[in-house]
Design a protein around this ligand. Structure first.
Ligand code: 2AM
Ligand code: CA
Length: 265
């Protein structure tokens, strides 16, 4: 196994400890409002500090991009960290959230770790070596059509510029599939596609730290990840479709009629 995966796993477990210690004690937490529907707690900050401490200790020269503390300069190795993906769920006592840690080397995704501290599920991937949950190999589903497919998605919650586009996609996809779910942690949504629990996923306007690790999980589990126009710019635009190859293709065809230039630019 890539030794950097071992370090990322250690960092994710440290963050998981901070998170589980505070779960269901939200009344005691200080909650700051970063903006409309954008909350951050001391748990996010402490979990992020725990991750950065582990990474810095081992790799003092690597760069870091982290949701709460922004960019820390360094070399061509860059860690991308979301210490608590699904903060809104966490705040409400809904046990669906995760730690997400990815590593890019010269701009290319190399490692992805997503950890669900409630279920104690550690999803890991490194480029060219496949994807695992708790050391068991995972694969995307091999469903051939949307018929019978279970899809994950993220509803717009803060930026409503693409509401009409999104609703058009949702309307088509709920009619063509077995159902659509909105669990609320993009990192875990990708982990579920990677392990074949859901057959596909799409969302508009994600941030890179929400799904950099998840995107590598899906690819290493044999799936497709593209932007909503079918291209490679998903980390830049945050508009993303993921799934097994056939389901991804079918989703792309259903989504395409609802695109316009402001979404694909
Ligand atoms: P976060 O908790 O790390 O901010 C899903 O749509 C993604 O959007 C999640 O990964 C979540 O990441 C983010 N998000 C932020 N605020 C949200 C909200 N109020 N409702 C749903 N998702 C939210
Ligand atoms: Ca996030």
């Amino acid at each position: 196994m890539n030794p950097m995966v071992t370090i990322a796993v250690r960092a994710a477990r440290e963050a998981g400890r901070v998170i589980t210690r505070n779960f269901n004690r939200v009344d005691r937490l200080t909650i700051a409002d970063k903006g409309k529907n954008d909350f951050v707690t001391e748990v996010d900050r402490n979990a992020e500090a725990a991750i950065i401490a582990v990474l810095r200790d081992k790799y003092p020269h690597h760069a870091i991009l982290a949701e709460e503390s922004g960019t820390h300069d360094g070399n061509e190795y860059q860690w991308i960290i979301d210490p608590l993906d699904g903060t809104t769920n966490f705040l409400h006592g809904l046990p669906q959230f995760a730690v997400s840690i990815a590593l890019k080397v010269k701009g290319r995704l190399e490692i992805g770790v997503v950890y669900d501290p409630i279920k104690e599920e550690m999803y890991t991937a490194s480029r060219g070596e496949g994807a695992l949950v708790n050391d068991r190999k995972i694969r995307v589903s091999n469903r051939k059509t949307l018929d019978g497919a279970l899809l994950g998605t993220g509803l717009p919650y803060r930026d409503f510029r693409f509401m009409e586009n999104y609703m058009g996609m949702l309307k088509d996809l709920i009619q063509d599939t077995a159902g659509v779910r909105r669990p609320g942690s993009a990192a875990l949504d990708f982990a579920y596609v990677a392990s074949g629990i859901t057959d596909g996923f799409w969302e508009l306007g994600l941030s890179e730290w929400d799904f950099a690790a998840g995107a590598l999980l899906v690819r290493e589990a044999g799936g497709m990840v593209t932007d909503i126009a079918g291209g490679e710019k998903f980390l830049e635009t945050g508009n993303v479709i993921a799934g097994g190859i056939k389901v991804h293709h079918a989703m792309l065809r259903r989504i395409q009629p609802h695109l316009d230039s402001k979404l694909t630019a």
